[in-house]
Design a protein. Sequence first.
Length: 328
Amino acid sequence: MFYGMHVWTTNIKGKIREIFGKVSGMAGFSPNRRFPPPAPDTTPEQRFEQVSGLPFDAVKPLLAYGLPDDTKIDIDFACSAGHDDKKTSFKIGLMAEQGDGLLLESLAVDFTIGILKPDIIKTYGTIRGQGYGRRALANAALFGQALGFKKIDLFASLEMGGYVWAKAGAEPAADQRYDLSRYIHAQLDRLQDVLPEAEYARAHEWGRLRHAGDLQKLAAMSYDVSAYKDRLHEENTATRRASQTKDPEDYTNEGFFKNGVTLGQFLLVGTIYSASIDFHETRQMKTLARYVDGPTNLADLPPELRTQIRTPRRNRANNHSGLNKRQE
C-alpha cells in the first residue's frame, strides 16, 4: 500500500503571512527567520532542535508509540543547494522486524522548515502488520501536534489509500470533491443492477459529498458485493491501473478484502484525492481515534510522554504553538 500524507499548519497571526505561506505556528518560529548552514559536525538531532525548538529525544517516542519495541528510528537532514539559509529538510525513517516479516517497511517522514513555503511533514511508505499502519498514522498526528501544526494532509494514490483515509476520518479538499464524487458515482453505476434500491439511494446521496462526514458514511457501507469483485478492476478504473504493477490478489494477502468486499471498499478503493484531518475538529479526531483504536491527541498520552514535550529547552518564552497552555 502506497500513500502520502502531509502535516502542516496555517498562520493564525494575519492574512499577510497566510497569503505568502511563510508561517508554521511552531514554537518560537518566525516567518523571517533564517537558519544558518549547519556546522560540519552538527548532528541531525542538534539541527532538529535548532529549527524546531524541541529536543528530538522528547518527540522521538511519539513516532514509535504503540509500535514494536525493536522499531528503529533514524533521522537525517539536508539543506537545499543554494538555499541553506532558507530551509532545512529532515528525513526520519522507521523500521521494525518481527520474525521473517517486516511490520513497518520503509516508513519515512520528510520534515521541512523554511520561509519559502509552509512547513510540511510528508509521510509515505509501505506499511504491513496487524494495526501498525493505523498506529503509524496516529503517531504522525501526535508528532505534528507536538510541533505546533494544526492539521494533517493526506494524499490517496491508487490502491487502498482512498478507502483508508475515509475510514480514518479525512475530509476531501474542496477542489477534489467534484472529481471524487464523479468517480464514486461511476463505480456505483457498475453495481446499479445488483444493489438493493435503498443501498443504492444512500450511496448515491452520500456520494455527492455535500456534507462533512459523507465520505466516512460511504466507507462504512457494509453491504457485501464480493460476488462482483471483478467489476472493481474493469478497464479504465484506477484499480485497473494499480493492478498492472500489483496483482489484485495481493490485496487479500495484506489483509484487505479478507472478509469479502464491502460496498464502501468497492466505491473508494482506487480513488485519488487530497484530504485532511484537522486536529481541532472533534468529529474528525474522534473518528481517527476509533479507527486506530488508541490515542490521537497529546492530552490522551501517558503522563511520561506528555511531560517530555511540555517544556521545550529552547524558545519557551516565545512558544506560539499553544502546546504548554493546552497541557498545563
